[in-house]
Design a protein. Structure first.
Length: 206
């Protein structure tokens, strides 16, 4: 037990020094959970007007949160943040979110242009609420060109909201048995691997 404790302390010490650690325990804690959210796609979204308000349609979606096996902010700068993987049913119901009247006007112009990410930003500035029904709304054609990514994921609340005690316990066990020794090995290997990484990145540059 004492040797295991020393190993864990060494692991966390290396984590603080190098900012690199193995994190399979986070994947263990996320097992069986998902995130309710929304998916906005440029080729299927529709514009609606209800009274003086404008709305864009999107579809409901489910996401799984995935953590990279290794958190390394030095050698894996572009791949250490958690990501959301879409688990989407094509028959998911349509939902609606308010947008500004200025954005709606641009979307109706044949010479208009809107980046999808900027469009999502406009939606979020207008409201935090998604509507499942839009009674009496009138549909308007979208004539503007939608640039950037052609789909945008909007993850929402986690289901279940909190991690169960059993998953937390299993995650702690995984942290000690799996992540701690692998983190030590990973950090020990960094000085040996660093020159190869440097030359590889140098050769990939134009």
């Amino acid at each position: 037990m004492n040797s295991m404790l020393r190993l864990v302390l060494l692991c966390f010490g290396l984590m603080l020094c190098s900012c690199a650690y193995v994190q399979t325990h986070k994947r263990v804690e996320e097992m069986g959970s998902y995130y309710e959210g929304y998916l906005l796609k440029s080729d299927s979204m529709r514009l609606f007007r209800q009274g003086d308000s404008w709305f864009l349609s999107a579809s409901k979606a489910r996401y799984k949160r995935t953590f990279p096996l290794v958190h390394d902010s030095v050698f894996r700068r572009n791949n250490y943040e958690p990501s959301f993987e879409l688990v989407h049913d094509a028959s998911a119901p349509m939902v609606y979110h308010e947008i500004s009247s200025n954005a709606a006007a641009i979307l109706q112009r044949s010479d208009g242009y809107f980046d999808l990410r900027a469009l999502v930003g406009d939606m979020q500035r207008c409201s935090d609420t998604w509507l499942e029904e839009l009674p009496g709304a009138v549909s308007y054609p979208i004539a503007a060109h939608i640039g950037g990514d052609q789909s945008f994921s909007i993850p929402g609340s986690r289901v279940p909201h909190s991690t169960s005690l059993s998953k937390k316990a299993l995650g702690k066990l995984d942290l000690v048995v799996v992540d701690a020794p692998l983190t030590v090995g990973y950090n020990v290997a960094i000085p040996l691997v660093a020159p190869f990484v440097f030359f590889y990145e140098f050769l990939q540059e134009d």
